[in-house]
Design a protein around this ligand. Structure first.
Ligand SMILES: Cc1cc2nc3c(=O)[nH]c(=O)nc-3n(C[C@H](O)[C@H](O)[C@H](O)COP(=O)(O)O)c2cc1C
Length: 362
């Protein structure tokens, strides 16, 4: 049904307009107490075997929505009602900003991919904090992803992130330092360990100072060299971070015909994201939580990421092509798969193929 609506209608409309209309509808849903509860009851993961605990936070299922969809923290409850185990809002910057000129979001349906050069369009940390502090009617794990305001020079980047962290860390179930989007000039340079260390130290101090101690993760690009992936992993361990999210979108255009600039997501990113995950797992083992994003389309992909060592998995582009019931469907399929194999907790799957021959089946 969704495939039919997508090919006949949605694919003919401007991608960003469809996005804003969807977020608007989900924001309305987030404020409709009865409907969201009914949907949540039907679609949210309920199987206890799917529950995951990571960095002290309880997730109802391993699959969450990656950052960039709910940039302004406007509709997390609506998204949870449709079956996501967590919602990562943002990227939010300290100051409101319009993002890049339109058009800036492009569908590549044949390749099951998207290219975006949104450029962190968002209403700023203060407005997002107001929204996040509203009481919630359905349970939802909310991660908050923060980035650098475009006009702030690199030399003042640390203060800019700290401003966002102060507003948002107390309201987040976990906080993410995003240094990996390709659409803010110079941002990805912050992944170099000499620049990343002081940035993470400063943000961690804020996150550690909240009443509950907010877990802190860093999100990295798939375009890092293998050595740089190792260096970030070592730094994360050294600083006692709670996790690493791998990966953001890629600037590579391998396997796609479009030459639009921006970050490429979806199917063409799958192999590299998995490769980065495996590399991270080999480096950090189970000492910190790995969150895998990039090209996840179905339950097989989620399963593969879990086996490779991800405790949590995120998707964005897969939902655009898979439709509104995407996350709910995948959680149901995972649940069935666990039952068929007699596995009582998804935690038992995590890391089973990392460096071993045990595959737990496909
Ligand atoms: C339109 C769009 C906007 C995005 N915006 C952000 C963002 O603001 N911050 C961020 O960390 N990642 C952002 N991402 C990256 C996703 O969170 C994710 O890491 C990436 O798309 C790979 O996952 P996927 O292949 O499932 O889409 C964005 C992705 C898309 C498609």
């Amino acid at each position: 049904m969704y495939k039919f609506v997508f090919s006949l209608l949605l694919s003919r409309l401007d991608a960003e307009q469809v996005h804003h209309a969807t977020v608007g509808a989900l924001a309305l849903l987030s404020r409709a107490p009865v409907v969201k509860k009914v949907l949540h009851r039907r679609l949210a993961p309920r199987d206890p075997a799917l529950r995951v605990e990571a960095f002290g936070v309880h997730f109802p299922g391993p699959l969450g929505l990656a950052a960039g969809f709910d940039k302004d923290a406007a509709c997390a409850e609506g998204l949870a009602a449709f079956g996501f185990g967590h919602v990562e809002v943002g990227t939010i910057t300290a100051h409101a900003q319009p993002g890049n000129a339109r058009p800036r979001l492009f569908r590549l349906p044949r390749e099951r991919a998207l290219i975006n050069r949104m450029g962190f369009n968002n209403g700023g940390a203060h407005a997002a904090a107001r929204r996040l502090s509203r009481p919630r009617g359905v349970p939802v794990v909310v991660g908050v992803n923060i980035g650098k305001t475009k006009v702030v020079p690199e030399s003042a980047a640390v203060d800019d992130y700290v401003t966002s962290a102060k507003e948002l860390a107390p309201l987040a179930d976990y906080l993410v330092v995003n240094v990996s989007s390709p659409n803010t000039p110079g941002l990805r340079d912050l992944q170099a360990v000499e620049l990343l260390r002081p940035l993470l130290v400063a943000v961690k101090q804020v996150a550690d100072g909240t009443p509950r101690r907010t877990p802190l993760l860093v999100k990295i690009a798939p375009d890092l060299s293998d050595e740089d992936v190792d260096a970030v992993a070592d730094l994360a361990l050294d600083l006692g971070l709670d996790g690493i999210i791998a990966t953001n979108t890629t600037i590579s255009r391998a396997g796609v015909s479009s030459r639009e600039t921006g970050g490429l997501s979806g199917r063409p990113l799958k192999a590299r994201s998995l490769e980065v995950l495996r590399r991270l797992r080999a480096r950090v083992g189970d000492r910190i939580t790995l969150v895998s994003a990039g090209g996840v389309e179905n339950a097989d992909d989620v399963w593969e990421r879990l086996l490779a060592g991800a405790t949590l998995v995120q998707g964005y582009t897969g939902m655009i092509y898979g439709g509104p019931l995407w996350a709910s469907r995948i959680h149901r399929q995972l649940s069935r798969r666990l039952r068929l194999r007699g596995i009582t907790s998804v935690r038992e799957v995590v890391g089973r193929t990392a460096g071993s021959a045990d595959t737990l089946g496909g």
